[in-house]
Every structure is written in structure tokens, then in C-alpha cells.
Design a protein around this ligand. Structure first.
Ligand SMILES: [Zn+2]
Length: 274
């Protein structure tokens, strides 16, 4: 599923295309992506509304329409695109939400398997939603000490803690695996047991990797596409994710892969990660 760097890329790509534009009318092909809003309420709310801002929070793209916010969490097969010509048959088939803009273009939330979600929140709803998500790892105030304060009290594994959106925003399986390898930390370690130097290393490596992934326009493992419909490049820089059974780039040991920690694949080096 798209993580912080992927959603950041999508938001940066389409922000200049949509901010200041007004939605003339909107259509929705399926309601199974909606959370806490009905189709008529969403479409009525969107019609005539102007995009005041578009920003990322955690793994969500947030369209600020003033009174309401449209929160899009692209699932594994979700994408946000702005079309300046009529949609092809294939494009139309997977366009879940279409918003016709007042400059003649169409904002589309495309989702082949409809694993993503759409929320339509008022100010109170947004405040509550935002408050339930942990700090942003690329914010200037997110120091190693802040990271320890956010993650360091739990007995769950450091990998699960990194991916827990209530503790830390935007990190999912790819970047948790990569950051733990770069920091030399065994993913199964209890978060509460990490030392201060380990928090320093993990903070430094997570920051470095997320920043490089944003510069690389995200990681396309399967379906992720940028806001201009292209593949990201950061998958070429993965050192462990997707490399189980291959040699560790540092020591040559065969990288292990396990599903024992959580439901996701964890890839690590027995020798380099302690
Ligand atoms: Zn190694």
C-alpha cells in the first residue's frame, strides 16, 4: 500500500492542478470505498466546492474544501490523477470517483481493486481523525528523542511499532524493513528495549530513507503510480524489501524472510541486524 513517500509524491504532483479549482459535478461508481458518508451526501457536498488546499497526512491525501475535507487513502491499487482529455474506456472502468473541474479537467480517484477508502469529514471529524494519528516522521520537530517518546514505551516489536499509525504516521512495511536494516536493528526486538544509540540510528536512517524515497518519487513494487501516472524509482534502492533469499549487500549472508512478526513479509539479515 502506498506509504508516506508515495502519497507525498502524488500530492506534490497534483496539487498545482487542483488547488483553486471548483468541482462542477462529481460521480461515484461504487460505494464500497466510502467510510462514514453516503454517496448522495458526498456528491452533493462536492458539487460547487472549491479545493482550498491539498496536503498529505500519514498515508492520506487530504483535499481541503473549507467546511469539509475529502480524505483519500489510496489502497494497494489506488491512484489520483488529473485528466485533461476524455477518459479512455479502460480509464473510465476503474475511475471510482470522478470530479469535473471548472477548468475542463477531471480529477479521478482510480482504484482497480477498490482497496482504498474515502472519508468526508467536517472540522470536528477531521480534528478527531488527525489527533488519532502519530507524529509525522519528516517534520522538523521529530527528533530521535521525539521518536523514542512516541514508540519507546511499547513491548510490541519495533517493526510493528514503526508501522502503527497511532504511534507514527506514514510508515508501512517497505520503509519499516529498510530503516531497520539500515540501522542494524533486529525487527523482532521489543521497542521498549532499544538503547539511546539505537534510537539515534533508527531515527537518522528512517529520515534519510523516507527523504530519499520522496526524491525518488516513491517505490513501485506493483501498482503504485505517481500523480502523473508514472512508476516511482526508489524500489531500485531497496536493500532488503523484496530481496529475501538474496545475499545481504553488507555481509553476503542470505537474507531471511518471515511472516511470523506480523501478517506482512519481514526481510532481514541475521548477521547485520541484532
Ligand atoms: Zn548482512
Amino acid at each position: 500500500m502506498p506509504e508516506l513517500p508515495e502519497v507525498e509524491t502524488i500530492v506534490r504532483d497534483i496539487r498545482p492542478e487542483v488547488v483553486g479549482r471548483t468541482v462542477l459535478r462529481a460521480t461515484l461508481s461504487h460505494t464500497d470505498v466510502l467510510r462514514g458518508v453516503t454517496r448522495p451526501a458526498l456528491l452533493r457536498g462536492l458539487a460547487g466546492a472549491t479545493v482550498g488546499d491539498l496536503f498529505r497526512r500519514a498515508k492520506h491525501a487530504v483535499f481541503d474544501f473549507g467546511k469539509r475535507r475529502l480524505v483519500v487513502q489510496p489502497g494497494m491499487t489506488g491512484a489520483l490523477l488529473v485528466h485533461d482529455r476524455p477518459l479512455s474506456t479502460e480509464e473510465a472502468r476503474y475511475a471510482v470517483l470522478r470530479a469535473e473541474l471548472n477548468d475542463g479537467r477531471t480529477l479521478v480517484y482510480r482504484d482497480v481493486r477498490r482497496l482504498g477508502t474515502l472519508l468526508w469529514l467536517d472540522a470536528r471529524g477531521w480534528t478527531a481523525y488527525d489527533a488519532a494519528i502519530g507524529p509525522e516522521p519528516l517534520d522538523a520537530g521529530f527528533t530521535a528523542e521525539a521518536m523514542r517518546a512516541a514508540l519507546g514505551r511499547t513491548r510490541q516489536s519495533i517493526k510493528k511499532a514503526l508501522m502503527d499509525q497511532k504511534l507514527l504516521a506514514g510508515v508501512g512495511n517497505i520503509y519499516a524493513n529498510e530503516a531497520l536494516f539500515a540501522a542494524g536493528i533486529d525487527p523482532s526486538r521489543e521497542a521498549v528495549r532499544l538503547s539511546l544509540p539505537e534510537w539515534d540510528a533508527l531515527h537518522r536512517e528512517l529520515d534519510r530513507i523516507l527523504s530519499a524515497a520522496v526524491s525518488g518519487r516513491g517505490s513501485t513494487v506493483r501498482d503504485y503510480r505517481t500523480g502523473t501516472g508514472e512508476q516511482g524509482k526508489f524500489q531500485l534502492s531497496h536493500l532488503v524489501y523484496g530481496r529475501e533469499g538474496e545475499p545481504c549487500v553488507r555481509c553476503g549472508t542470505t537474507l531471511a524472510g518471515t511472516h511470523a512478526l506480523d501478517a506482512r513479509i519481514t526481510v532481514f539479515c541475521h548477521r547485520c541486524q541484532v
